[in-house]
Write a protein that binds this ligand. Structure first.
Ligand SMILES: C[S@@+](CC[C@H](N)C(=O)[O-])C[C@H]1O[C@@H](n2cnc3c(N)ncnc32)[C@H](O)[C@@H]1O
Length: 253
């Protein structure tokens, strides 16, 4: 739905801008005026369609950025290369609505402390990105076993490269919703607000009774974490700890 809205806003704005040029309301040259008019129209249409606020500057700047890029006179292969690279990194973000960003070292420190206090076990990182976070934990906690699942090809390949020497971290490519979470004592999620309800249902259905679901920053709607850990970093990271067994009891599973 957000993508349909974005496409609709851009296309309708292009049509209206073309109409404005044809009727002489906006001159075709210099091109930046028409591009800016299209951007403002797209921004207004997106706002009217109740798109999330962060879409608005993207709509405003998209066609003006294209007009600017035209002036750079780059070889078309640069655009193809940029497109391929972006696709390999963000792969299914349009569907999952989870982009790539990485947990920092302070967060790894806090998780390492949490895991060490539980004794040896297995942890799953759902959406493991480039694997740096799990690799830090794997080095710090040799008695733990770590698994990362990542859908995007390039971050996954980077994590495979990182894990080549370590014995206690493995990385798999695929959809973490299709994996089995039964064997994991801790599941770590740094995703976005969108998949959290589904993550919770799966954790409640599959995780062991004393299992812990740790969410970096994003709350599970309608579920209160049993503990919050404030990470002393610049972005004010908060780790939210949930017990899926409490959800199981409530739903009678
Ligand atoms: C915000 S990044 C977190 C990376 C890493 N866990 C960390 O904390 O540094 C989230 C990652 O989840 C991946 N992802 C989102 N939905 C997924 C799914 N259903 N299956 C596998 N990976 C997924 C995205 O491609 C992205 O790389």
């Amino acid at each position: 739905m957000p993508l349909v809205k974005a496409l609709a806003a851009q296309l309708v704005a292009c049509l209206l801008a073309a109409l404005a040029i044809k009727t002489g309301v906006v001159p075709l040259r210099p091109i930046w005026q028409a591009a800016l008019a299209q951007g403002m129209l797209a921004c207004g249409i997106a706002a009217a369609l109740r798109s999330e606020r962060w879409w608005l500057p993207i709509h405003l700047g998209f066609v003006p950025a294209l007009a600017l890029a035209q002036r750079l006179d780059l070889h078309p292969l640069w655009y193809l290369a940029a497109f391929v690279l972006t696709a390999l990194v963000f792969w299914s973000s349009y569907r999952t609505r989870v982009p790539l960003y990485l947990s920092n070292r302070r967060t790894a420190d806090a998780i390492a402390e949490l895991l060490a206090s539980r004794g040896p076990g297995r942890m799953l990182d759902i959406g493991s990105g480039t694997g740096g976070f799990l690799s830090i934990l794997a080095t710090r906690l040799p008695e733990w076993r770590f698994t990362g699942i990542e859908s995007s090809p390039l971050p996954y390949l980077m994590s495979r490269w990182r894990s080549r020497a370590g014995a206690n971290a493995i990385f798999l490519r695929g959809d973490f919703f299709a994996a089995d979470w039964h064997e994991f004592d801790v599941v770590y999620a740094f995703l976005s607000p969108v998949p959290m309800a589904r993550v919770w249902s799966k954790a409640c259905a599959e995780m062991p009774p004393d299992g812990v679901l740790v969410s970096n920053s994003f709350e599970i709607p309608g579920v209160r974490p049993y503990r919050r850990i404030a990470v002393a970093d610049r972005r004010g990271t908060e780790l939210l700890l949930y017990r899926p067994s409490s959800g199981k009891r409530r739903t009678g599973r």
